[in-house]
Design a protein around this ligand. Structure first.
Ligand code: NDP
Length: 248
């Protein structure tokens, strides 16, 4: 498929996990991809693999985000797609959650996404087209130990709808993908924190998933690619759960 031939995409958090799978999928379908990530070495590896461009970018820093968007302009000539995958967790029960745990998670997800969408909208509004996908989570519905993360992920769903309303008149589609448990470094970190081997942890989680398996980054990337494509040209302001079924 060549759904993204001639298109330029910025993927924040594109070095690893869901972001890397998305960068690969978009590139495989023809996009020039800017892999924007905190982790510069990993971003470089992903970019080399897909023939894209790596940019060191901390999404909480306005100048970094603007530089990533400028890189899209200079390498591809346009900014057609933005996928905001940069994310962190700092889990703790409410009574143990520090101010730093709160701020780091809120800033990375909410401020980081705000900066990225604000930076691309100018180009997309001018060219009267664009596709933006934000990444929420099933944790938006509430999850023990994730006051900060569930607040951020619920906030992203509200931002999606607001962006869709404001940018729709300019031909820009904005949607949100909310994954369940996906096998990445992020969930490996959770398994390590509770002291359970990752394979065993995933088997345990899969028992409660209607499809009886955990998700893979490619499962999420395929849905993101659909939402970034013209196949989804009349879909905007939606939250698509990619979670193997409803919570049981
Ligand atoms: P990973 O940890 O595998 O990848 C996230 C990437 O984002 C890492 O490369 C990370 O760099 C980078 N990153 C973190 N902070 C910043 C920042 N401030 N600026 C730029 N890049 C940053 O996570 P996943 O692939 O699992 O997660 C991707 C997104 O999907 C996140 O938003 C996450 O919340 C969401 N999600 C994940 C789920 C899962 O089960 N895995 C479920 C639901 C949602 P570094 O490693 O250096 O921190």
């Amino acid at each position: 498929m060549t759904r993204f031939q001639g298109k330029t995409a910025v993927v924040t958090g594109g070095a690893k996990g869901i972001g890397a799978a998305t960068a690969k999928r978009l590139a495989a379908e023809g996009a020039t991809v800017i892999v924007a990530d905190f982790d510069e070495a990993a971003a470089q590896r992903t970019a080399e693999e897909i023939g894209g461009h790596a940019v060191r970018c901390d999404v909480t820093k306005l100048e970094d985000v603007e530089a990533a968007v400028e890189a899209a302009k200079s390498h591809g000539g346009s900014v057609d797609v933005l996928v905001t995958c940069a994310g962190i967790i700092r889990d703790n029960l409410l009574f143990k959650m520090s101010d730093d745990d709160w701020s780091a998670v809120i800033d990375t997800h909410l401020k980081g996404t705000f900066y990225a969408v604000r930076a691309v909208q100018q180009h997309m509004v001018e060219q009267k087209s664009g596709k933006i996908v934000l990444i929420s989570s099933t944790s938006a519905l509430g999850n023990r130990g994730q006051t900060n993360y569930s607040a951020a992920k619920a906030g992203l769903q509200g931002m999606t709808k607001t962006f869709a309303i404001e940018l729709g008149p300019f031909g820009v589609n904005v949607n949100c993908v909310a994954p369940g448990f996906i096998a990445t470094d992020m969930t490996r970190q959770t398994a390590e924190r509770v002291g359970v081997p990752f394979e065993q942890f995933m088997e345990h989680v899969a028992k409660d998933v209607p499809l009886r398996r955990v998700g893979q980054p490619d499962d999420v990337a395929a849905t993101i690619a659909f939402l970034c494509s013209d196949d989804a040209s009349y879909v905007s302001g939606q939250v698509i759960y990619v979670a193997g079924g409803p919570k049981t």
